[in-house]
Design a protein around this ligand. Sequence first.
Ligand SMILES: [Zn+2]
Length: 501
Amino acid sequence: MSDDDQELGITESKEHSPGDWYAEVVQKAGLADYAPMGGFIVTRPRGYALWEAIQDNLDGWFKDTGVENAYFPMFIPEDYLEREKDIVEGFDPEVAWVTQGGHDDLDQRLAVRPTSESIIAPYLSQWVRSHRDLPLRVNQWNSVVRWEATETKPFFRTKEFLWQEGHTAHATDEAAWAETTLRLDQYHRLYEDVLGIPVLRGRKPDHDKFPGADTTMSVEALMPDGKSVQGGTSHHLGQSFADAFDITFADEDEAERTAYTTSWGLSWRAIGALVMSHSDDQGLVLPPTVAPKQVVIVPIWQEDTKDDVEQYGAEIAAELEAQGVRVHFDDRDGRNPGFKFNEWELNGVPVRFEIGPNEVEDDEVTVVHRPDGESTVEDRAAIADRVHDHLDEVYDKLYDAAADRLAENVREADNRADILGTIGQHGGYVKAPWCGDQDCEAEIKDQIAAEIVMVPLGEDSAARAASEFEGERVPEPDHDGEDCAICGDEATRTAYFAKSY
Ligand SMILES: [Zn+2]
């Protein structure tokens, strides 16, 4: 092994030291570096490209469903933040404040936005006059700051993080509810169809919902280390913000009514979940949907075959590019093929083509899948078509592995000892009947730091949002006769306990 190989390689084990392994993959694959201030990171181009892939997908879906992008200031005057009391209480310990501008003290402190309801709602109030102005939907792609004093973990725990926050106002509770589920559906779709990660969807327990919200729903992704990641949240805010910020409208009958609002956000945690879900001890593994380079072509030659091999490789690269494939032809002279294989594996390129004198001779291409190293030989003539099948196969391999992991790691428990023992031994999710009381969760949390990450929705909300709203709140599963696994009182819902990021 050369020094270069040593430097490239991942030295930590995903299985035995997942935290150190994750930090090493993020840095060595060139996704992010640590900033000089604790809690902040520098997102490198390869990491930012993943964020752009997420943006491209979500932004298109948002715009297809009536959302427009806008931008609001990053500072929020203190008296604005105070207008909705739950927001103040919920975020106060984590707010960063600006008290000085240049050499002058400010008359009023400015909060660096921890979230933007308090600066957006006053404008929704101005912009909404009549029922004809509704629904009103704005989204912004920005960063927010939450001053949490925890160890930095790129894309999972940082004081500043990138996200999008959507904010909408509606004439009716039903319309706001449909909006909340529509955005959750879009987050669900992002994970399932773009990131290769199956998710569970549900609502947060009342004591853990967004400050001021009526209902908070989330998608939850299981990581290989057995912890859950909250992958995106969608909040039905009811009328609390509309009341606090006076978002009212003249209805068709001329009566003045209070609007219903929603907000929904997905952060770069999705990148963290992506990296942690699929990557391995060789480095980053990416689904072709988001990989900046989907295929790398590595030529293998001796001096006497170099020209033929390189010409063959360049032709195939051009053909793939014409097919819309993001392809890179690695014809660097100073690196041997083995080095190149390692480097592209570390960087997570989903499919590698190996081309040597034999391939040229036989009109073939050797195709290798990044996730499992599976190697097949394809006809040169069909490769521009077959490449799409290979990209799909790689996606399916990643998705299926994650789906199997999820299926194997949802377990049931009906008593306290079982919840503690099962999570302690296996991690993952434990489903248990629950009375709804926060104290019962606290008992579990105190013992093993697992919490209720969600209560499942009783039916598929995609179908629900598409069909007509039936006047129901979030449906609850039937719990006839079941007792809370912790206190023994009557259970009213199923709780999914898990340790979480
Ligand atoms: Zn209970």
